[in-house]
Design a protein around this ligand. Structure first.
Ligand code: NCD
Length: 342
């Protein structure tokens, strides 16, 4: 289902990639993809995030859960929301945080990814949070780190972005209640290149969402989408009708090879979320976007800033969800009791 241009090779991800993220007790050891995880585990992440949301609203936004743990943020690709909310989440759990600046690190002098990681392992890091433009990078690293070190995927190429999907599920649940079975969710835009959309579709399916729709021009729909349990629309007006949740995606021009689109203006004409189009969804529909938003390209400013938009709420929720994932991974029983084998 990953587009050909950035299809991860088997050697990077493997046939049963998602299995490596669970320890022998079925608990999350790494968080690489939502794919293959149980409804129970995803619900557990959301419930844990709920308890952290309360902490984040207090005057002292800190708990000692990960005191003494060291978390390294390794972002080989640009990021604003994801990197900063991972850092805040780690700090609110009292972990020590290393933000490795790739552009000024030895990577720019030709050091390989694995050499960089081995050096960070020598500094006794407990967790790597990794964003990389190669699909499969997080799996590649998780397969090679020393036993006891956990890897969180903060976005790999066009493959997966599991914490973004979970913060989106959390935002949906907080606004629409716990019963995903009642919901119609429309995901609009550059699905082909979107790791966010792929992870959202897996998460929505695992949480038994009533109807998941994908709306995009034919050139931005990935091959194999039909096997993902979604309804595909090329017409925005038809696809958005009666939706409870409308998720907009950015046009990922940095991943596009060749001319997949006429022009941004024409794209906005056909697929941009305007107030008029939003009126076709349910009256209480919420509007989401993982950011960064391109005003006037995929979304009209008045909608992005309007009363139905929960775009900034998604950012706030990112902290609670990332606290939940990091505390679940580093707070496992086997993590504290034994030098568990990978
Ligand atoms: C997304 C990403 O990087 O995949 N943004 C994010 O993490 N908040 C989506 C995007 O870049 O369009």
């Amino acid at each position: 289902m990953v587009n050909k241009a950035s299809r991860p090779t088997d050697s990077l991800i493997g046939h049963d990639a998602w299995n490596i993220q669970l320890d022998k007790n079925g608990q999350l050891k790494h968080f690489l993809t939502v794919e293959g995880l149980s409804t129970e585990l995803l619900t557990n992440i959301l419930d844990t995030a709920e308890s952290f949301a309360n902490i984040n609203e207090q005057r002292v936004k800190k708990v000692p859960l990960l005191r003494g743990k060291t978390i390294a943020n390794l972002f080989f690709e640009a990021s604003t929301r994801t990197r900063n909310t991972f850092e805040l989440a780690a700090k609110r759990l009292s972990a020590d945080v290393l933000n490795v600046n790739i552009s000024t690190s030895a990577t720019s002098k030709g050091e390989t990814l694995m050499d960089t990681l081995q050096n960070l392992q020598a500094m006794q890091c407990d967790m790597f949070v990794v964003r990389h433009n190669a699909s499969g990078a997080a799996h590649y690293i998780a397969n090679r780190v020393a036993p006891g070190i956990s890897v969180i995927n903060a976005g790999d190429g066009s493959h997966a972005h599991p914490t973004q999907a979970m913060l989106d599920m959390f935002t949906i649940r907080r606004n629409k209640g716990h019963d995903f079975g009642r919901l119609r969710v429309a995901i609009v835009g550059d699905v082909l290149h979107s790791r966010v959309a792929r992870s959202q579709i897996h998460a929505l399916n695992i949480l038994n969402t009533g109807n998941v729709r994908v709306i995009a021009p034919k050139t931005l729909i990935p091959a194999g989408i039909d096997d993902m349990g979604v309804e595909v629309f090329n017409n925005m007006e038809e696809g958005i009708r009666d939706a409870d949740v409308v998720i907009m995606l950015r046009l990922q021009k940095e991943r596009m090879q060749g001319a997949l689109l006429p022009s941004e203006q024409e794209y906005f004409q056909m697929y941009g979320l305007t107030e008029k189009r939003l009126s076709l969804a349910k009256a209480d529909a919420i509007v989401m976007h993982p950011g960064p938003i391109n005003r006037g390209v995929e979304i009209e400013s008045s909608v992005a800033d309007g009363s139905q938009s929960v775009i900034l709420e998604q950012v706030t929720n990112g902290i609670s969800v990332r606290m939940a994932v990091m505390s679940m991974v580093l707070g496992r029983e086997s993590e504290t009791s034994e030098g568990e084998q990978a």
